[in-house]
Structures are given as C-alpha cells and as structure tokens.
Design a protein around this ligand. Structure first.
Ligand code: PEP
Length: 256
C-alpha cells in the first residue's frame, strides 16, 4: 500500500488576511519537522495567494474551498478553477456538505466541477456523507455510494488517481460528535470497495480517503489508526495552529 496520510484544514469563512497569514506562518513553523504526512490548508479565497506565498518554501499545499463550475464569464462574485490555480493553490474542496446544504450543490454539479478542476490541474477533495436521519435509517452505505457514483460519473481511473475523497458524516461536522473509528472505517471500506469495482484495484489502493467530522487532537489517533482512514479533513480544530499541528504530528507518529 503506497498511500500517504494527508491532513487538510478547511478554514471556512474565518480569518481576515492578517489572521490568515499569522495562522499559516504558525502552522508552517509547527510542522517543519513533518516528513511523511501531507498537509493541505484551505483558506478563504481572499487569502489564497498570500497564504500560498507564505508556505511556498514548505511542504504545505494550499487549496480553495469551492469553485465555480464555469471557466470564465459574467458570473459576478464567482471564482474559477484557473483563478484558484493562479494563486499557487493546487487543491480544491468540492461538494462540502455546507455547499450542498446552503448553496444547493448536487452530485451532478460536483461531477461537473471535478471535471473542470482536473482540466485546470487542480486536485479536488471530494466530500460525501450522510445525514443523521439517513444513518438512523441504516442507509449510509447506499447514500454515500450514490453520492460517489454521481460525483465520479464518466471519470477514468487516471482522473480518480488525482482526487482525494473525504467521508464527512453531516451529523459530525461542527457538532463535536465524531463517528466512532469503527463507524468511519466501515464507510471508508464501502467507499474503497466501490472504487475497486468501478475503477480497479490499483486506483482504489492508491486513493486517499480522509475522514472529516469533529476531528481533534484527542480523537485523531484512534481514527487515523484504521486501515482505510488515510487522513482527515479538519474544520474547527484547524483554526488554531496548536490543535492542527497536534493532529498532523499524530498522523506522522502513525506513519505507514
Ligand atoms: C469540515 O468542515 O469539513 C469539518 C469536518 O468540520 P469540523 O472538523 O469542525 O467538524
């Protein structure tokens, strides 16, 4: 297995430019000893270029939190894949549950965005996950598989090789409730199984599947120790350099 553990931080709509630069600098200092774990930070668009410059001489990669499906045009306020790429960012989070919930993003739109992102050389972090109602109705595997199938429609294995998938149960995002390591592992294994079936074993073996949903320094080790959990997408705990770097150091300690 050649998968690297990758820890990504989603800053959401937090941090002015001054605050963003401070946080990026602190993360850079606190993770300079990291050798085996991938690190991605996803600041707001306004700080992307400045943060990308600050971490340019480190192993930290930068990503956007969403992007417009259109390549360019009269779409006031929208940000394109090419614009994100031009800041020095190389990743983009797509299909985050907050985008689905508040901005009406569908699997079909996520699929189109993935294709555009790949065309511009960005590596998408594709988010999927079930609601509490769906989990309680025992349809988690079905829901997640359907989201994944929709998001990855018409893609070839070489496209999937450039993605990260993040399993983020909606009921665990920003709520302080975390899926147990066993619950998360079960879904990650369903995801890897589906990828094996659709894109082949090599692509599935190499795919980084992150868990997201109230990951903190206290629960990182038990989650990241699971065989199919290859990293974390972190919200709240990435807004402080101490907690974000503690999660990264935990991953590094468990290196595969
Ligand atoms: C997220 O926004 O993707 C996330 C997982 O948030 P939190 O860690 O705060 O639950």
């Amino acid at each position: 297995m050649s998968r690297k553990t990758i820890i990504a931080g989603n800053w959401k709509m937090y941090k002015t430019n001054v605050e963003a630069l401070q946080l990026a600098n602190q993360v850079k200092i606190k993770t300079k000893d990291i050798r085996h774990t991938g690190i991605i930070i996803c600041p707001p668009f306004t700080a992307l270029a400045a943060v990308a410059e600050v971490v340019n001489d480190s192993a930290i990669a930068v990503g956007g939190q969403t992007m417009c499906v259109e390549k360019e045009g009269a779409f006031t306020g929208a940000i394109s894949a090419g614009m994100i790429k031009s800041t020095g960012a190389i990743h983009v989070i797509l299909g985050h549950s907050e985008r689905r919930q508040y901005f009406g993003e569908t699997d079909e739109l996520v699929n189109k965005k993935i294709k555009t992102a790949l065309e511009f050389g960005l590596k998408p972090i594709v988010c999927i996950g079930e609601t509490l109602e769906q989990r309680e109705g025992n349809i988690t595997a079905e829901v997640v598989t359907k989201q994944l199938r929709g998001a990855l429609a018409d893609l070839e294995p070489q496209h999937v090789d450039r993605l990260i998938v993040a399993y983020e149960p909606i009921w665990a995002i920003g709520t302080g409730k975390t899926a147990t390591p066993e619950q998360a592992q079960e879904v990650h294994s369903v995801i890897r199984g589906a990828i094996t079936e659709w894109f082949g074993e090599t692509t599935a073996d190499n795919l980084v599947i992150q868990y997201g949903g109230s990951v903190k320094p206290e629960n990182a080790e038990s989650l990241l120790s699971q065989p199919d959990i290859d990293g974390a997408l972190v919200g709240g705990a990435c807004l402080k350099a101490d907690s974000f770097s503690a999660i990264i150091h935990t991953a590094e300690g468990l290196k595969r």
